[in-house]
Design a protein around this ligand. Structure first.
Ligand code: SF4
Ligand code: SF4
Length: 406
């Protein structure tokens, strides 16, 4: 990696004026409550957005692929605030619901119409890396994204990726007009040999790209860490919530200009804004605490699922994959198989309206789509072996209910 960085001339991609970004906290718009069944409370999201903007925030990240996100943003942001008071980034996805080049244009037009705006500030190819990259190449997606900028429909273009540094080096070479790169960065995976986040961020930074950081709280995992991690952070970072400790770590890294937080409640917005209104990078003592927290997290062995639900978009049987893995984490943290068995039916069937993993046909499509490269089927085996082998602790809630059943 050092060899790659040493060969790079800095400052090759600074067309994006980062001074347009008021504070280094971005509003990630993929986690609104009620997004899956279109029951988002617009008044509540409006209040969240107002709170974020009052703290100086002006960067909103959405995507065509996020259920009801663009629609919610139109009502809660676009129809309530002047267009020049915020920046909106959205993304095109070639690996879901896309069968021809024309589908990319249809996605873009849907994005603009749904948001109710004439132009995007940032337009990205969404989630390059692994087998997903081939879909973008198949439909000449970069040529399409460049045409979006040429037509004045996006001010700046780039890509988001969950990838290796080697893949990232290839993307940077293949898309020389890119102005911005969105990458995963959180303290849990920062130096992980599986994720290599530090290497990717340093590589993008060395090329001169402003980096937008996604998944800083790892889909919520770092907001609700195991007790051993809590003990460490409570001792050294007691002014921060577990979520803001994670956000501050990511935002402290050189090259990262925006750290996206997928906020779902007003309390989360208030908590995040408190830490970013007058942002202070982590000091040496706090960085050492984060190092210890990372070690404790690894020893806990929780599943590193971010609940992005990209797997759900390709599953032919509507299996509740992220929901099942969340319950597996509950089991890993608390070791209560009977409770986890009950939770599984409640969370997967009752709350999410999904199918249980017992109906999985093991086609593997979910593993190909997973940006975290999780061995999802191995986790399913573990759920079957360690949770479903134990009787659930409570019966179904109602007569005829599927809650608590497998
Ligand atoms: S392996 Fe199972 S969970 Fe994964 S996509 Fe196929 S049916 Fe769905
Ligand atoms: S299993 Fe992978 S693709 Fe599915 S929600 Fe988790 S991180 Fe996302």
């Amino acid at each position: 990696m050092e060899t790659i960085i040493a060969s790079i001339g800095k400052g090759t991609a600074m067309a994006f004026d980062v001074s347009k970004i008021n504070i280094p906290l971005g509003f990630g718009c993929m986690r609104f409550d009620g997004r899956a069944d279109d029951t988002v409370d617009i008044a509540q999201v409006s209040e969240m957005i107002d709170c974020y903007m009052e703290a100086g925030g002006n960067y909103f990240d959405t995507a065509w692929a996020y259920p009801n996100s663009e629609k919610t943003l139109r009502k809660a942001l676009v129809e309530r605030h002047p267009r020049d008071s915020y920046l909106i980034a959205s993304k095109c996805v070639a690996w879901s619901n896309c069968t021809c080049k024309e589908d990319l244009e249809a996605q873009l037009q849907e994005t603009l119409a749904t948001l109710g705006i004439d132009y995007l500030d940032v337009y990205l190819m969404h989630n390059l890396g692994g087998t997903r990259t081939a879909s973008f190449e198949k439909y000449d997606a970069w040529e399409f994204v460049k045409s979006v900028k040429e037509r004045g429909l996006a001010k700046h273009i780039g890509f988001s990726a969950h990838c290796t540094p080697e893949e990232l080096e290839g993307f940077i070479a293949a898309y020389p007009e890119a102005e911005i790169i969105q990458l995963q960065a959180n303290y849990s995976d920062w130096d992980s040999p599986d994720f290599r986040e530090r290497e990717c961020v340093e590589l993008a930074h060395a090329h001169g790209f402003p980096v937008i950081a996604m998944e800083p709280v790892k889909g919520g995992i770092l907001a609700d860490p195991p007790q051993a991690v809590r003990d460490i952070l409570d001792e050294t970072m007691s002014d921060d919530s577990y979520a803001t400790a994670a956000l501050r770590f990511t935002a402290s890294q050189p090259g990262i200009v925006v750290t996206l937080s997928g906020m779902s409640t007003l309390e989360q917005v208030q908590d995040n804004c408190r830490a970013f209104r007058d942002f202070k990078p982590l000091d040496d003592g706090e960085l050492a605490a984060i190092d210890r927290a990372r070690s404790a997290l690894k020893e806990g062995g929780t599943v590193q699922c971010t609940s992005c639900d990209y797997c759900a978009k390709v599953c032919p049987l509507n299996i509740g994959i992220s929901q099942s893995l969340a319950v597996l984490n509950h089991f890993i943290n608390y070791g209560d198989a009977a409770s986890a068995g009950y939770q599984m039916g409640f969370v997967v069937r009752f709350n999410a309206g999904k199918s249980m993993i017992t109906e999985c046909i093991r086609c593997g499509a979910c593993e190909d789509a997973c940006p975290q490269n999780l061995p999802i089927l191995e986790y399913f085996d573990r759920i079957n072996d360690e949770i479903f082998s134990v009787e659930p602790e409570q019966p179904a809630l109602m007569r005829g209910s599927t809650v608590g059943k497998r």
